[in-house]
Design a protein around this ligand. Structure first.
Ligand code: PMP
Length: 356
């Protein structure tokens, strides 16, 4: 039976990315060696990093003066590296969910942290608006897509301070104005690659400004100067990332990804709103995520939750159980998810509705 992969991350990747990476694991560039057994300094590997960096810049329209880094440690390590490198006195954070809160917690060790707004009291069912960001902060940190709660900032915020963003779960799903940011980071294991590599887009002249000593490995300057080769980078995930970037370009880039994301999410939200059995969890329609679509059973059908999960699983739906902080269901619809998978889930919801 065909599986429809709605996993939240690690998650679906284009089939050709998996096949090309598998091929390179067997034989890298016809060298007779596996991608897993060559040096990251081998002459054939440098072009992989160079092309991945170049495609990042091309696809996201990154202006001159920025570096693209491939590091280890996940987005979680960036929660600490960002304030280490950029927080001199104070920083502002928008508290839109679990990951935003974790980022804020790390920053508190480095200086004053201002929570400009929070939707924690409403279990993060919307993205706060109408807040003020003090003009004298070193940066304003946002989480563009809240993977657990299914809310998303669909446009770059209009503020007069440098932005920093965790884009772990929506990178490459829409155009962004990189010039508003001094740093954009994320774990790769949603829209880019298997787990193991973290991408960081950093503005070169924003680093080296804080007065504290920064340990070598945690200093962005180190990785900028060494082109992500200060230590051994995650070779296999970087290779896979390059295959995804090539795929993205061939498919039409981030504008096309945005069109598909909107199509998929419009279809699924329309069904959630129409079907009497279900209810979307996000209270502000404009904040509904295109990537992680969260819904629960309507109050009068609560007892059917386990039955629907079983029913959908039997029909090939994978990974739709909601995160424990929200409950119900979460259909993660990342770039590589075909619209047919969304249709298959909708068919399940309609069939289940007829049974009740
Ligand atoms: N930020 C967001 C928005 C996430 O979705 C996740 C992981 N799901 C993280 C940060 C943490 O990423 P990592 O596991 O790579 O540290």
């Amino acid at each position: 039976m065909k599986k429809h992969n709605f996993n939240a991350g690690p998650s679906i990747l284009p089939r050709e990315v998996i096949e090309k990476t598998a091929q390179a694991i067997l034989d890298f560039n016809g060298s007779g060696l596996s991608l897993m057994e060559i040096s990251h300094r081998a002459k054939d590997f440098q072009p992989v990093v160079d092309e991945a960096v170049a495609l990042f810049k091309e696809l996201l329209n990154i202006p001159d003066g920025y570096s693209v880094l491939f590091l280890g440690g996940g987005a979680s390590l960036e929660f600490c590296m960002v304030p280490y490198n950029f927080l001199e006195k104070k920083a502002a954070y928008l508290n839109t969910g679990t990951w935003a809160k974790k980022a804020m917690k790390e920053a508190k060790a480095f200086g004053e942290v201002i929570e400009v707004a929070s939707s924690a009291d409403a279990n993060y069912t919307f993205i706060p608006k109408g807040y003020d960001v003090p003009a004298d902060v070193d940066y304003f940190h946002i989480t563009t897509n809240n993977t657990i709660y299914g809310t998303e900032l669909h446009a770059d915020p209009e503020v007069n301070v440098p932005l920093v963003a965790d884009m772990s779960s929506d990178i490459f799903s829409r155009p962004i104005d990189v010039s508003k940011y001094i740093c954009i980071y994320g774990g790769a294991q949603k829209n880019l690659a298997p787990a193991g590599v973290t991408f960081v887009i950093v503005k070169n002249d924003a680093v080296g400004k804080v007065s504290r000593h920064i340990p070598t490995m945690l200093n962005y300057q180190t990785h900028i100067e060494k082109g992500s080769m200060f230590n051994t980078p995650p070779v296999v995930p970087i290779y896979a990332a390059l295959q995804t970037l090539r795929w993205l370009k061939a498919q039409g880039g981030v504008e096309e990804m945005q069109r598909r994301a909107k199509l998929r999410s419009d279809m699924l939200y329309a069904e959630i709103d129409r079907n009497k059995l279900f209810r979307g969890t996000v209270t502000a329609p404009e904040d509904r995520s295109y990537m992680n679509i969260c819904f629960v059973m309507a109050d009068e059908y609560k007892e059917l939750e386990a039955d629907f999960l079983k029913f959908a699983t039997e029909k090939g739906m994978v990974g739709i159980k909601g995160h424990r902080s929200v409950g119900g269901f979460r259909a993660s619809c990342y770039n590589a998810l075909p619209v047919e998978s969304v249709q298959a889930l909708i068919d399940c919801m309609q069939e289940f509705e007829k049974m009740h």
